[in-house]
Design a protein around this ligand. Sequence first.
Ligand SMILES: [Zn+2]
Length: 264
Amino acid sequence: MECMDEEGAPDRLELLREVIAQTCALVAPRHCPCGREGAWLCRSCAALLRADPQRVEACCDALQELTAARVREEERDGVLLPAGVDHTPLLPVLALGEYGGDLQRLILAWKNGGMLHLGTRIAPALAPAVAHLAGTAPVHLVPVPSQRSARLRRGEDHTAELVRAMERRGIGRALLLGARPTTAQDGQGARQRRTRQILLSGRGARIARRAAHPVVIVDDVVTTGSTLRGMHEALTAAGMSVLGAVVVASARLPADGGTSPARK
Ligand SMILES: [Zn+2]
């Protein structure tokens, strides 16, 4: 290796990084969660992260609020409303895609497979979704807390790391509130069972009350939305204004690409 002058330092650092990466690749070849070799994230999986965010709250059963019930059909403002119940989602939820295939493999590798570095690729991918909810206004980004057991098993809190990476990208201010999820108890009403209760620690609630900006909740995957509902309740109880939630993937996508009316 030839000697390098001062100006060569950044190149040298880059070279060193490549040497380390190549050496590591000899021991454990670089491969994408989808199985393709040669890169930590292949082009096709990187493209999944560039997808336009979609509204998915209509697919989240636990987020639906009963807004009206009609015994028989009714005409209102010239519109015939069928007999039945209307539901409106509690908050908007944006996802990059459906939880399946390569996107699912990517998320599992990130949260369970020791590939925490994928969070630095996921973070910028969520910027358009945050902008959709908040425009250019400053926001606090609040990660959904991991179960303590999951955190101990994995050795890290991947959603908290994701939010820190989003803050480094200037997407919002990370607000880590020390919330903890509690599991639903027997004997609770249907409403409580649909909500995964989340308790802000005393300190978390104090920080939330002092926070200057509205909040966007950040999570990896939404299924029924019960966790997001629990977060929404905990944050609004602490006096925060919640603009919505941003997730990497949703268990289900609306058939029409996110414009369907709320449904149960
Ligand atoms: Zn891939």
